[in-house]
Design a protein around this ligand. Structure first.
Ligand code: MLT
Length: 262
């Protein structure tokens, strides 16, 4: 069965409140290592590799955002996660947003990091198409080497080069079909903005201070459309805020979880 090939990693007791982490593009579940290490004694922490990335199979690479939400629903059902808190970053946030729109009653809370509710603009769609074309003509490595540095604050790349290079080298080795499939899925996603005012579960919006893709001003505006949401900025971090400033990031989500779910 295709869905069973998704690689899922669970840490902590399944008796505890589940937190289901969804990573960004083009990365894998390891981006949540610091959070899982800290939270697993109090929460049931579940991470996975989105289809086509990390160690999850690419198959034919014909993914849609809907198929990513189908995978997420499969994990929720298969692992019997009772009203999990979804924690998604960027592409993971797109998946979480669409999941809450499709099945809010199955979820307990939302943590949306460095992401947005709008679909790609025309310019964004053309960039995705160019990315696919470039992978086809020049190979994956060039695409990844150009894309990944923009996900981090320059200071992180300089000061934490070992950690940065480990992440980069994993991404360089993904299946090109999987990376192209994610680009297509993101290009075809819907606009979740009209649903923001309907979100009723506790929500936390987090943004890296130096995020170039989804800057703090845009994320603050978005958070205002979600009633009773909380908003936090992670100092010194770019788009990969949980990796770049894990101490502050983890404390903020820990406080949010303790406030609403203990
Ligand atoms: C991500 O971090 O998941 C991507 O930058 C999202 C995107 O390309 O839209």
């Amino acid at each position: 069965m295709m869905k069973q090939e998704i690689q899922v990693f669970a840490s902590g007791s399944s008796e505890n409140k589940p937190v289901l982490f969804i990573h960004g593009f083009p990365f894998d579940h390891h981006m949540w290592d610091a959070q899982v290490n800290e939270l697993k004694s109090r929460y049931y922490c579940v991470t996975y590799d989105v289809r086509g990335l990390g160690v999850s199979p690419a198959g034919d690479g014909l993914f849609t955002l809907e198929s990513f939400v189908d995978d997420l629903e499969f994990i929720i059902n298969n692992y019997k996660l009772n009203k999990p808190v979804l924690c998604g970053l960027s592409m993971g946030g797109y998946i979480a947003f669409r999941c809450v729109e499709r099945m809010e009653s199955k979820l307990g809370g939302l943590i949306l990091c460095d992401t947005k509710s709008e679909p790609d603009t025309n310019e964004g769609k053309l960039k995705r198409a160019e990315g696919i074309k470039n992978i086809n003509s020049d190979g994956l490595q060039k695409f990844i080497s150009n894309f990944v540095p923009n996900c981090f604050a320059e200071k992180y790349i300089k000061d934490f080069s070992k950690g940065y290079n480990e992440i980069l080298s994993r991404s360089l080795n993904y299946d090109p079909a999987g990376v192209k499939g994610c680009l297509l899925a993101m290009q075809g996603r819907t606009d979740v903005t009209p649903y923001l005012s309907g979100i009723n579960i506790p929500s936390l919006i987090i943004c890296g201070e130096e995020d170039k893709f989804t800057p703090p001003a845009a994320m603050r505006l978005m958070s205002k459309k979600i009633s009773n949401s909380e908003f936090a900025i992670i100092p010194g971090a770019g788009h990969m805020s949980p990796v770049e400033n894990p101490g502050v990031f983890t404390k903020i989500i820990n406080d949010f979880l303790a406030k609403h779910f203990v």
